[in-house]
Design a protein around this ligand. Structure first.
Ligand SMILES: *Cc1c(COP(=O)(O)O)cnc(C)c1O
Length: 359
């Protein structure tokens, strides 16, 4: 049996949570705030849960410097429900295809006749972030959709494209990894299970004027952003336990010093890995350096026959879940906020040792 602390978990999602948060959850699991009941066992309309919800929102607002004219909504259905929900509410979108998730978002819009794809990075295997030419944007698009951080391919938009169209962004794998210019976006969404908390929760940050522009007549109430906004995310039962853990993660981030501090740590972690890969004759990452994600670091071994050996030996050394996405293979280290730098150092040591023994 393995205890937490003996291994490092590089899973892309659901991903590692901060050890301190897990301890707190354990402490409070059977009796939240000494009430004799678990968070899982109390009403979502109870004062105790409403306080958790309110705290989670105000902490997130503070952490991300979310302006006052934005609403924070807690939904279910993951990022994948946002794919169809955005065009259902806002009409036709222009989709920049930078990877698998960006394409899935586009396909969901296309099914409704509300998606047009343009200037992606498929031509070079999604190894870079394309420059968007405003002339390429369909004239009748109501918004521009991007996937901020491409979880499989390890690329990131480090500056939000400003095209004069409302910008909608899937930030599932990079939210809270660094400060974010929220005011440049009309809608941000993120499935929780990478950098926020347990699966089952999807956070939406939406500009109120954009929300008000939704043409949602005829949509089921559960598919209208307006419903969540008008009922403060309590139209039906939200994923209460996930919201509770998210609130603890937000508190942990506050204690760590906020997103500027997290960005420094995340950049340092990513640099250790990219330097190790760059200085090696065995490992290879072809992403253009300026577009490299600081959350997901995919790489290959120049000798692909060694990849299964690498993964098996890594696991023996307590370095778990390094296998790349099933659709592209290879290796991927996801180094979200909750991955301590010690874990990355241990991985780098392992990689250097493995190279020494096998080349
Ligand atoms: C993981 C991921 C998704 C899928 O999230 P679900 O919550 O499983 O729907 C979508 N977009 C990105 C960028 C992701 O990393």
């Amino acid at each position: 049996m393995k205890e937490k602390g003996e291994i490092y978990n590089f899973c892309a999602g659901p991903a590692v949570l901060p050890a301190e948060v897990m301890e707190k959850v354990k402490e409070e699991l059977r009796s939240y705030g000494g009430c004799g009941m678990s968070v899982m066992e109390i009403s979502h309309r109870s004062a105790a849960f409403k306080e958790i919800l309110c705290e989670a929102k105000s902490r997130l607002k503070e952490l991300m410097s979310i302006p006052d004219d934005y609403s924070i909504l807690f939904l279910q259905g993951g990022a994948s429900l946002q794919f169809p929900m955005v065009p259902m509410n806002f009409g036709k979108g222009a989709y920049c295809i930078t990877g698998r998730w960006a394409k899935k978002a586009f396909e969901a819009a296309e099914l409704q006749g509300r998606g047009e794809a343009f200037s992606g990075s498929a031509d070079r295997n999604f190894e870079y972030i394309p420059k968007i030419d405003p002339a390429d944007l369909p004239k009748d698009a109501k918004f521009l959709h991007i996937c901020d951080n491409n979880t499989l391919y390890g690329t990131k938009f480090f500056a939000p494209p400003e095209m004069g169209l409302p910008l909608v962004s899937d930030m599932s794998s990079c939210i809270l990894s660094a400060p974010c210019e929220v005011e440049k976006y009309s809608l941000i969404y993120a499935g929780a299970q990478k950098n926020i908390g347990p699966a089952g929760l999807c956070v939406v940050i939406i500009k109120n004027s954009f929300l008000e522009s939704a043409e949602d007549e005829g949509l089921p109430l559960m598919l209208r952003y307006r419903t969540y906004a008008e009922h403060d995310s309590l139209y039906n039962t939200p994923p209460t336990f996930a919201v509770y853990v998210a609130n603890l993660v937000f508190a942990w981030l506050e204690k760590k010093g906020g997103l500027k501090v997290m960005e420094e740590i995340n950049r340092e972690k990513a640099k250790l890995l990219y330097d190790c890969i760059g200085n090696s004759a065995l490992y290879l990452n072809k992403v253009s350096p300026r577009d490299r994600s600081i959350m997901n670091v995919p790489f290959r071994l120049r000798r692909r026959d060694l990849e299964p050996v690498f993964l098996a030996e890594a696991e023996k050394a307590g370095l778990m879940n390094l296998k790349g996405h099933w659709s592209i293979g290879g290796i991927r280290a996801s180094i979200y906020n909750a991955m301590p730098i010690e874990g990355v150092k241990k991985l780098v040591n392992f990689m250097q040792q493995f190279e020494g023994e096998n080349l």
